[in-house]
Design a protein around this ligand. Structure first.
Ligand code: ACO
Length: 190
């Protein structure tokens, strides 16, 4: 229906008021209910979780969680990325992924990773295009009544860390940040 069309898309931050949009989208795309923890993590990730709108319709989303590794480094976990079927191959997934990768780079986050079902060739093609590499195979990772038991892959993208600039005395280190730093990232970095 929309093949070859250029459509205008805008990204909106996840807030309490549009949480039901993400729930509906996940229901449509992944046919599953996510836990309260998933939605709490998505809300806490601030600008890292975005809904994609075409006109007034929510047609896609990327939902992330910020994690602190044992060595203290912060990494971003993409919990879900999905676009409604009629809106696929129009660059919406690209918009959402670029947003998260750009923001992660700006925040000097060294790693973005995710899990994907081993037979989800479409998504794997998509992730490879963005430079993600398979870093682990987990046997029997996914279980569902419809699809049975399936292996999962971990795909990871390492980002180049830009050395932090020295902050002149008396100046707040965050004042000149180009992007709005999410409170979740700030807390994790402390
Ligand atoms: N087959 C082959 N390559 C593909 C496909 C596909 N079906 N879809 C995307 N790609 C690749 C292509 O290289 C494409 O570029 P091109 O169209 O110029 O050839 C490129 O990715 C970018 O495609 P977009 O249009 O930006 O991606 P889209 O908006 O369609 O979103 C997504 C991709 C999110 C994977 C979508 O197919 C989707 O929602 N799938 C169902 C849900 C899903 O499987 N999500 C990932 C699960 S894993 C997780 O959530 C962490």
């Amino acid at each position: 229906m929309l093949l070859g069309q250029e459509i205008s898309i805008y990204l909106v931050r996840l807030i309490d008021d549009n949480l039901t949009q993400l729930k509906k989208l996940n229901d449509d795309i992944f046919s599953r209910q996510y836990s309260d923890r998933y939605y709490a993590d998505a809300l806490a990730s601030g600008e890292l979780t975005k809904l994609a709108y075409h006109n007034y319709t929510c047609v896609g989303a990327i939902a992330c969680r910020c994690e602190k590794k044992e060595d203290g480094a912060v990494r971003v976990y993409i919990m879900t990325l999905g676009v409604l079927a009629p809106y696929r191959r129009l660059g919406i997934g690209t918009r959402l992924m670029n947003h998260v990768l750009d923001l992660s780079s700006k925040e000097n986050i060294s790693e973005v990773y995710l899990h994907v079902v081993a037979d989800n060739g479409d998504a794997i093609n998509f992730y490879k295009k963005f430079g993600f590499e398979k870093t682990e195979t987990i046997g029997n990772y996914y279980r569902s009544s419809e699809s049975g038991v399936k292996d999962g892959y971990v795909f990871t993208k390492r980002l180049v860390i830009v050395k932090e600039q020295e902050v002149p005395e008396g100046k707040d280190a965050n004042t000149d940040k180009k992007c709005e730093t999410s409170s979740a990232l700030l807390k994790l970095k402390r």
